[in-house]
Design a protein around this ligand. Structure first.
Ligand code: ADP
Ligand code: MG
Length: 584
């Protein structure tokens, strides 16, 4: 390892030279309290910024044992530290220093959700932050002095401000880990309580706007308050800020739950909070105690998507001209076929809780009312609406549904629980709904399709996942939260609404590549491939996603993505081949 003086000398020597001479600083350096690892140097001032790591040994960082006691607290501590590094960068780094990305210092810290990510790693012996740095230049000439200021002055101050426990607010740090641990504790206990979700009293669900994930200001937002009949209490491993050891709120039971009420009364806001409730939230978000089963999947209509060899016959029996739907493939699905495929795929990857909103569903997929049943004879209508499958999904396959529905009363016949939103306040309208269903029987005939025989597993074919592009063996990149470049293919993920962080999207891309190389043997089903991937990521962490990583190099910016989102991306890859395993 070289010294800090050696770095300074090199920077002075290359000052004013062509940008390529920055290669000379690619090395490891020992500073007073930490080591600096310059792993990758960008080719020009406009290229992807250079990748560096700063590592502080524990005898100096002094991260308390309490912050790394087990997986959940460790994840929370790492996430917290990444946010502290970002805050320190904002106060300390001068920012723009010349051409292109010159002067930028960036860490990939999170938003409102707390996710495992590569930005900060707490190892048994050290803590490390992974940064991106725009090495400064004027035109294409190296500005060695600016680089010296960034690497030898700003960076040490950032480290001292954010990675040394003594400099941090230890109460806040502990409260952060406590809160995340509490949320995970509730999530782990939902099932044994017969629940699929929990919304604490006092939770603030609405956001500032449709494009901001920040909470609506307290003065404007109506706090959540559980109806008495649905209220439950959880004991918590850590006390809440007010000292209480339990938390009280609404439990959403297993089965079919309808969220209903007038337009603009907060139905979709509640469902969106439940969608996000598969992830822990930061204290102060307002949704930190909105907790949903980890395997909840949002289902929507998504016309135009690709579907590959999916058995959607449970919902759509046949297509015009007798085309079969047991091995349904299309490059341009309709609203109803896409929504059917989304459900079948969610179940295939292991989900047992479906979240649907009438706003984003295909009407003909959700219901066919009495008059339409009279007009369109059953033999001309291939769709078995979700209404006629929801009960069976629950009783036969243990799959619960939470559905926002204000427009179709036929669902009152199948709902186990009805939550009525009235001016943003939930009421238990289950009994009332039953009374209405009895007084005003639906004229609709239940459609009696053959029972679903269970899923047909599919086997992904490794060769259909080609990440190469031009001369690049692996070209995987994100073009935005919902657009993943995989080799020569763009995977469109706008319909995958629980993908919420750019670094998750990136992780999805590399996870697909890793899975195709290691686990797609031609025998493993998609679900088994995702099992193997889960196991690998649990054992080795997200660093394993970097395909060309040497030693302990900066792995790139990744955040945890669930198997459901990885599976969703596989299913949307336009070249994908999945072979059905049929035994009939
Ligand atoms: P719905 O689905 O019932 O039509 P939405 O959930 O879309 O209604 O909510 C309508 C509007 O009300 C949104 O702008 C939302 O931000 C706001 N809103 C939702 N819940 C609350 C609340 N608890 N307090 C204040 N405003 C809310
Ligand atoms: Mg709505």
């Amino acid at each position: 390892m070289l010294t800090r003086d050696a770095l300074e000398q090199t920077l002075r020597r290359i000052d004013g030279r062509g940008y390529k001479a920055y290669r000379d600083i690619q090395n490891d350096y020992h500073f007073n309290t930490f080591s600096l690892h310059i792993d990758h140097v960008q080719g020009d001032p406009f290229a992807t910024p250079s990748k560096v790591r700063v590592r502080v040994p524990h005898p100096i960082a002094l991260i308390p044992e309490d912050g790394r006691r087990h997986r959940v607290r460790l994840m929370a501590t790492e996430d917290y530290l990444a946010r502290q590094v970002r805050a320190a960068i904002r106060t300390i780094a001068r920012g723009h220093r010349g051409t292109g990305k010159s002067g930028a210092i960036v860490i990939d810290a999170g938003g409102q959700e707390v996710l495992q990510r590569t930005a900060v790693t707490v190892h048994p012996d050290w803590v490390e932050a992974r940064l991106s740095i725009g090495l400064p230049a004027h035109g294409r000439r190296i500005s060695g002095r600016d680089a010296e200021a960034m690497l030898c002055e700003e960076l040490p101050r950032i480290v001292e401000r954010s990675l040394l426990w003594a400099a941090l607010d230890s109460d806040e740090a502990r409260a952060f880990a406590d809160c995340v641990e509490n949320q995970e504790h509730i999530r782990e206990n939902l099932e044994q309580r017969g629940l699929v979700a929990f919304v604490a009293d006092g939770a603030l669900l609405p956001r500032v706007s449709g494009v901001s994930d920040l909470p609506m200001p307290h003065d404007d937002a109506i706090a959540f308050r559980s109806p008495e009949s649905l209220a439950v209490t959880f004991e918590l491993p850590n006390p809440l800020p007010d000292g209480s050891a339990t938390i009280h709120g609404m439990g959403v039971p297993e089965g079919i739950t309808l969220i209903t009420g007038g337009g603009y009364h907060g139905k979709s806001t509640l469902l969106r909070a439940l969608e996000r409730g598969v992830y822990p939230h930061v204290p102060g978000d307002g949704r930190e105690y909105v907790v949903t089963r980890h395997d909840a999947v949002k289902i929507r209509a998504e016309d135009g998507r690709r579907v590959e060899n999916t058995d959607i016959s449970a919902f759509i029996r046949s297509l015009p001209y007798g085309r079969s739907t047991r091995e349904f493939s299309t490059d341009d699905a309709s609203g109803s076929t896409s929504q059917a495929a989304n459900i079948v795929e969610a179940l295939e990857t292991g989900s047992r809780l479906l979240l649907l909103d009438e706003d984003t569903s295909a009407t003909n997929f959700m219901v066919r009312d009495a008059r339409m049943q009279a007009l369109i004879h059953a033999e001309h209508e291939p769709i078995t609406p979700f209404l006629d499958r929801a009960v069976e999904l629950h009783t036969e396959q243990g799959v619960s549904t939470i559905l926002v529905m204000g427009g179709c009363g036929d669902y009152l016949d199948v709902a186990n629980t009805v939550i009525m939103m009235r001016a943003y306040v939930p009421h238990d309208a289950t009994d009332e709904a039953r009374a209405v269903a009895v007084q005003q029987p639906s004229q609709r005939k239940k459609e009696h399709p053959a029972p679903v025989k269970g899923l047909t597993p599919r086997i992904p074919i490794a060769e259909s996942f080609d990440p190469s592009r031009g001369r690049r063996e692996v070209k995987i990149d994100v073009k935005g939260l919902s657009t993943l470049l995989f080799g020569r293919n763009l995977i469109e993920l706008r319909g995958v609404e629980q993908l919420i962080d750019l670094s998750q999207t990136r992780a999805v891309g590399y996870a697909i590549h890793l899975a195709s190389e290691r686990f797609m043997t031609g025998e493993k089903t998609l679900s088994e491939v995702l099992d193997a991937l889960d196991g690998l990521l649990l054992a080795e962490g997200l660093d394993v996603l970097a395909p060309f990583r040497r030693g302990e190099q900066h792995p790139g910016d990744f955040a945890f993505a669930r198997r459901y989102e990885i599976g969703a991306a596989i299913n949307r890859l336009r070249t994908v081949q999945l072979k059905q395993m049929r035994n009939d």
